[in-house]
Ligand binder design. Structure first.
Ligand SMILES: *[C@@H]1O[C@H](CO)[C@@H](O)[C@H](O)[C@H]1NC(C)=O
Ligand SMILES: *[C@@H]1O[C@H](CO)[C@@H](O)[C@H](O)[C@H]1NC(C)=O
Ligand SMILES: *[C@@H]1O[C@H](CO)[C@@H](O)[C@H](O)[C@H]1NC(C)=O
Ligand SMILES: *[C@@H]1O[C@H](CO)[C@@H](O)[C@H](O)[C@H]1NC(C)=O
Ligand SMILES: *[C@@H]1O[C@H](CO)[C@@H](O)[C@H](O)[C@H]1NC(C)=O
Ligand SMILES: *[C@@H]1O[C@H](CO)[C@@H](O)[C@H](O)[C@H]1NC(C)=O
Ligand SMILES: *[C@@H]1O[C@H](CO)[C@@H](O)[C@H](O)[C@H]1NC(C)=O
Length: 468
């Protein structure tokens, strides 16, 4: 089915959808979720902003694809490649400590450790908050909290990041049984696509007012960072993630449209804890199972099986091997809230973009816009009364179909007369060209969807919904 709509209504394209019943039990925690501001340095040039988002989406993909989470303790470093967060992410507010201190965090399903900017000596280089002096970045102050403690090197939670080799880690302790060992878990350093953060691990109270507190939550107290817009809360699948530490049955969110960047519009993220997992499917939702990649390097990610991709009525002839990881773990598709635009590795992207070019052959290509925005293909739709863009849809294992709203894969770029496909790829050549997930479903594609990560039933659920 082609989505034909009057051109002028493109921007205000909205989805009408039902509201879903939530099991509003006392075990459901509500937090507010809003798009992070995407002003990059002082840029107000819309092409530049898009170019930055496209570049960071590709950098994010590169680092998710070359993921090597656990490194040897001997290096005393933890390298969890991530991406230049923010400017295209969504943030949540969380409170830590006694009394609670509230800070803003990027919500990231592609990583697991949570951390906040920490202490008055927090140093952040190239941290371009909109109109904020880096020295005024809100930080957590351990001194003002009575509940925080450093993690000991023998604490099993230290193993989550540094592996089980306690003896090499706790060399300053008298012996394996010595009780008076005050050595701490080594400092962490997390490397990102275009940045990094480092600090010490703390056990702190994670507080959801008015009356829910999780004690001894493992969180990073970052002292130095580069290019970080805020702290990060990790919703990945490793033991240190928030869902693992809180034993969540489910978390769900609804991402408001990126049109609301820089506004106060937000939506709720729901965290469901408690016993008695409920496998009732919510009517109206499409579901597909999560699975774990056979390669432990990618265990942290939420893999889903795409069966086919359609552009208009045409099935794109993507090789099946794209959709399923091989024995080396490469290939497959993940859902990632921390990527802005959806990523497809080059061979897949080319098949998809060629199909759009073919079906949109009546529009002239806007090559100049492609060059400066980093997006392609872009079309000049000036002089066309109706804009005719083929529907893009993904079919998942289990039969669920995600027929995307136009605004989730095509967008006006700069000039009102130019629209671009909002999917990115990389150069796809050289060493490691085929590594990690082949497809990363980013948050731009998830706008105006109710999304649930049903962990108890190991499945991904979604339905179109107006989130604002
Ligand atoms: C299970 O969840 C469904 C949908 O949220 C709800 O209608 C139902 O009451 C729940 N059942 C139990 C036993 O909690
Ligand atoms: C970790 O260290 C051990 C021994 O020091 C070594 O055999 C192993 O290859 C190292 N692993 C990695 C991932 O570097
Ligand atoms: C660790 O313990 C030793 C001896 O018990 C003490 O000298 C040292 O100051 C302690 N270090 C810290 C950081 O508490
Ligand atoms: C690819 O998958 C589809 C659907 O699962 C199947 O019908 C088809 O035979 C597969 N093709 C190959 C080459 O394995
Ligand atoms: C281009 O426009 C012509 C005339 O309106 C139409 O017949 C044709 O189907 C269009 N081609 C495509 C690829 O949309
Ligand atoms: C786009 O960039 C390419 C390579 O840099 C250049 O050859 C081409 O002329 C540019 N096209 C336009 C329309 O700017
Ligand atoms: C789009 O096409 C119109 C008419 O041909 C032209 O005037 C305009 O400059 C084009 N815009 C871009 C960005 O190429």
């Amino acid at each position: 089915m082609d989505s034909s709509l009057p051109f002028f209504s493109f921007v205000s394209f909205l989805i009408i959808s039902a509201t879903f019943p939530f099991a509003a039990t006392s075990d459901t925690i509500k937090v507010s979720l809003s798009p992070s501001h995407h002003h990059h340095s002082s840029s107000s040039d819309p092409y530049q902003i898009l170019n930055n988002l496209a570049t960071s989406s590709v950098a994010r993909a590169h680092h998710l694809k070359h993921h090597n989470p656990k490194t040897n303790i001997t290096s005393s470093l933890l390298k969890t490649p991530l991406f230049p967060h923010g400017y295209g992410g969504y943030t949540v507010s969380l409170s830590f400590g006694t009394p609670p201190q509230t800070l803003s965090f990027i919500m990231d399903t592609g990583s697991s450790l949570s951390w906040f900017p920490c202490t008055s000596r927090y140093l952040c280089s190239q941290c371009a908050f909109p109109n904020v002096d880096p020295s005024k970045i809100p930080t957590f102050s351990p001194k003002l909290s009575s509940s925080g403690k450093l993690v000991g090197c023998r604490n099993p939670k230290c193993n989550w990041l540094f592996g089980p080799n306690v003896e090499s880690r706790c060399q300053d302790c008298d012996g394996p049984t010595s009780k008076n060992c005050n050595q701490t878990c080594p400092p962490y350093l997390i490397q990102y696509g275009l940045g990094s953060t480092g600090g010490l691990l703390l056990l702190e109270n994670l507080v959801f007012p008015p009356h829910k507190t999780f004690q001894d939550f493992l969180v990073g107290c970052s002292i130095v960072s580069n290019r970080q817009p805020a702290g990060i809360v990790g919703f990945g699948r490793s033991p240190e993630s928030l869902p693992s530490q809180l034993h969540l049955n489910k978390f769900s969110y609804c991402l408001v449209s990126r049109r609301f960047d820089d506004t106060k519009v937000s939506s709720n993220m729901l965290l469901e804890t408690g016993s008695g997992s409920n496998d009732t499917k919510i009517p109206g939702l499409g579901y597909t199972p999560f699975y774990k990649n056979p390669n432990p390097a990618f265990h942290e990610f939420y893999y889903v099986t795409i069966r086919k991709i359609l552009v208009g009525n045409k099935q794109v002839k993507v090789p099946n091997s794209t959709f399923v990881p091989g024995p080396d773990g490469n290939g497959g598709a993940i859902v990632d809230s921390g990527s802005t635009f959806t990523f497809m590795e080059r061979p897949v992207f080319e098949l998809v973009s060629k199909e759009f070019e073919k079906q949109m052959g009546n529009y002239s290509r806007a090559r100049e816009v492609e060059n400066i925005s980093g997006l392609a293909p872009c079309f000049n739709v000036s002089g066309h009364r109706l804009m005719d863009v083929p529907e893009m849809s993904f079919y998942f294992n289990g039969g669920a179909k995600m027929g995307l709203p136009l605004a989730n894969y095509f967008s006006i770029v700069g000039d009102d007369n130019v629209v671009c496909l909002m999917i990115v790829t990389d150069k796809g050549v050289g060493e490691g060209a085929r590594s990690g997930p082949a497809i990363i479903l980013g948050n731009f594609q998830q706008q105006n969807y109710y999304i649930e990560f049903d962990l108890a039933n190991n499945r991904f659920g979604f339905a179109k919904r107006n989130c604002a």
